[in-house]
Design a protein around this ligand. Structure first.
Ligand code: 5GP
Length: 184
């Protein structure tokens, strides 16, 4: 991959930690920051737009693209597949963008193996209780899904040491400043 012009940024954190809110603010502050739009087999949440938040695909389409080698990485997370389409990321990096891969840790570890020098950022909640409160507060998931996501969050937080930077999202604006400082 041509990494000369732009750069790839690995960006992870437990479900409900506020990664999306921080990223939205980052994009307003720095127009070269772009989100890599992933493919997913999960159903859209209310308000999510195909091609903007995710490309919503069937399991068959996803499997076909795996077979064609179309993903930079992919993972199964809480019963759905998520993957980063290689072509789109290459294009944006080639255009000079700071391309954020907002992905869970299994996929992130695959990318770290491919690009050991990649800039990686992990967003942490102020506490686990606070994370649970936020996840329940957004009222987008049923109890079973919330339970799975909290279980997954404990696992994810345990691998935070693999990331170059860990940033606590206590105050969103402060977290945005900290991310801007590390991406340069
Ligand atoms: P959500 O269903 O809440 O949108 O996403 C669930 C998890 O999947 C989040 O941690 C999110 O960052 C991650 N995710 C989103 N896209 C990708 C992707 O392309 N690959 C991987 N490995 N994880 C992803």
């Amino acid at each position: 991959m041509n990494k000369e012009k732009g750069k790839l940024v690995l960006y992870s954190g437990a479900s409900g930690v506020g990664k999306g809110t921080i990223l939205k603010k980052l994009m307003e502050r720095d127009p070269s920051v772009k989100l890599s739009v992933s493919d997913t087999t999960r159903a859209p949440r209310e308000g999510e737009v195909n091609g903007v938040h995710y490309n919503f695909v069937t399991r068959e389409e996803f499997k076909r693209k795996i077979a064609e080698g179309g993903y930079l990485e992919y993972a199964e997370y809480c019963d759905n597949f998520y993957g980063t389409p290689t072509a789109q990321v290459e294009q944006m990096v080639g255009e000079g963008c700071k391309v954020f891969l907002e992905i869970e840790v299994q996929g992130a570890l695959q990318v770290m193996k491919k690009y050991p020098d990649i800039l990686s950022i992990f967003i942490l909640p102020p506490s686990f209780d606070e994370l649970e409160k936020r996840l329940r507060g957004r009222e987008t998931e049923d109890e079973e899904t919330i339970r799975k996501r909290l279980e997954q969050a404990r696992l994810e937080i345990s691998v935070r040491d693999r990331y170059k930077y860990c940033i606590v999202n206590k105050d969103v604006d402060k977290a945005v400043e900290e991310v801007l400082a590390v991406i340069g």
